[in-house]
Structure formats: structure tokens, C-alpha cells
Design a protein around this ligand. Sequence first.
Ligand code: 16G
Length: 242
Amino acid sequence: MIDKHSSIPIYYQLAEQIKGRIHRGELAPGDVLPSERDFAEQYDISRMTVRQAITSLVNEGLLYRRKGTGTFVSEPKIEQAVGGLTSFTEDMRSRGLEPASRMLHFGEVPAPGDVALILGIAEGDNVIEMRRIRLADNVPMALETTWLHPSVVHGLTEKEAESSLYSYLEETLGLIIGRAEQALEASLVMPEEADILGVEKGAPVLSIERRTYLADDRPLEVVRSKYRADRYRFMMDLQRAK
Ligand code: 16G
């Protein structure tokens, strides 16, 4: 199964073997991986090489280590297409997952300076701020803070915001959401956010900022979200410019 005379490094060959077992379903999400010693004996290779193979798969996100207990197969990541201006609720439903939110904060606050600038209001004027844990099939996926232009979102209550903000805006208020600018960057989870998201302290997250405008160009929301990097993968469809 492993060709020691090949120019392909042995650790890489082993990593490919383990990937094959995962893709064929012989190793399922949550399964514990056999020990380094088991692999070393089975393939007659050194434990160092086994460790290198496992580390490469941990770095790819296919496996994760739990201190003191072992190495496990990760849940497959949610593949999120970047391009459509969709809501979290729509994104999860289109995958057959049940969306939910847990509201950590909802209310009016003085607008932070940078948010005020984007929303086109004076610094310190009130905005609606909400902080939601976004869940899919009851698993936390993202932590999201939203600032909304107060004169645009009449009558929004905590209960409605806990289900879908976009459907309230479109279906109840009849607003037309037009476009958004969105930035995506890598960061590490803050200590107080790790428990909420169910990840280890210092785990990687994907930080997204979205600035959304109505079809008539009025600013609607500024949203800062942190998505679990172990559960999310963003996909883009690219066309070469002619
Ligand atoms: C997504 C949007 C967020 C929007 C929310 C509405 C990103 C990065 N952010 O989470 O800007 O406010 O959907 O979701 O995609 P809802 O309608 O389910 O409340």
C-alpha cells in the first residue's frame, strides 16, 4: 500500500491513504483515528513519518486533535458560495440544515464611530445593535454582531430578529435589499468567544464584514461575523476577464 521506493514522500502517501478511508466512509466524522503506533506497525514506517502525515491532515482540517484523548475525524465543512447576497437562514435551509439563532444582545446603543460613518449617521446617534450566535442543526457556526440603521428597521423586535432579519425586512417591511460589500479575513477566536462557538481557545476563525445597502442605496446594516474555520469553506466562481 505504501511504496518506499517512490519519489512521493512516505508521509504524503500515508496522508492520501487516510484521506481515502475518510472519503470512502470507513472513517466517519467523530471517529477516533488509530494510534501512531498502529499506523507505524501496519505500514512498517517510523512514528515520526506517521505524525507528519497526521499533522498535514490536521492542518488541512480533515482531522482534529483533542488533548489527552487522541485524533478524530472532523465534520465535513459547509461550503458557502460567495457571490449571492443571501441570509444565514437561506444559506442553511438550502443545505437541508435547520437554522437558529441565540440572541446575546438586542437593543439601541450609541453608534461606534466607524459604524456611524458607514450608516451615514452622526457618531453617538442611536443604532440597533444585535449580537447573535448562529446555529445549524443546533451546532454554533458563527457569532454575528449587526448594527442597523434605526430609521430603516421600524418595529423590529428581538423575537423577529431571532428568526430571520432579511425575511422581516423583505416580507414585513417590504424593503428591497440591493447590494453589499464584503471583506473576508483570517483571525483567531477571542478567549471569551471560544466557548460560545464551541472551539478551543486560539482556534482560527474567518472574520467577515458585510455592509449592506437597500436597492435605493440607503445604508442598511454593518455586520461583523466570525465563522468557525473548522466548519466553513468559502467558494468563489471566477471568470477570467476577456
Ligand atoms: C448573513 C449575513 C448578514 C445578514 C444575515 C441575515 C454574512 C457574512 N452575513 O449572516 O449580513 O445580516 O445573514 O440573516 O453572510 P437572517 O436573515 O438569517 O437573520
